[in-house]
Write a protein that binds this ligand. Sequence first.
Ligand code: ADP
Length: 174
Amino acid sequence: MRTSPNIIITGTPGVGKTTHCQQLAESSGLAHLDVNKVVKERNCDDGYDEELKSVIVDEDKLLDAIESELEAGGQIIDWHACDLFPESLIDLVVVVRCDSTILYDRLKSRGYADNKVEENMDAEIMEVLLQEARDSYAEEVVVELQSNDADQIDSNVERIEAWIKQWRKDHEDS
Ligand code: ADP
């Protein structure tokens, strides 16, 4: 049985997932499971999408690669998708959101090609990741948090930390 929760931090590229995960890992002691890194380091890729300039992920390989970590618990999963992780192993899904004008600037400053910026902007405006989270997990497990400025990161991280404390307390009792 897990003694620490598994948390997914998801959202459109550029909304602030990695920034949240790094800060939360530092303050909570949970592990930052950067899925992009795992895919690269543990060979979970299945080719490259030239048009979108991104790696195609073999989800079965990825799940096999991180299964034992998820079973052990205490993972902060950093990825732009959430529907592949088994519901039984996920305790909280945080969907990070960002205003589209701010997101546009962040994606541009990353040097993304226009079609990639456009695809991600559309995804954010259409709430694709929020919908995916709501379709894949129970309502009470999914929270949506804004990440337009640094103060919002701080308050989001504090809020998640408080949730982790409560989760541990509840699970100690049971
Ligand atoms: P993601 O992991 O979702 O792709 P990142 O965490 O890498 O996003 O953030 C993308 C860029 O936006 C980084 O340069 C980061 O410093 C900046 N950023 C993210 N969240 C915020 C925020 N709330 N306020 C200001 N800058 C932010």
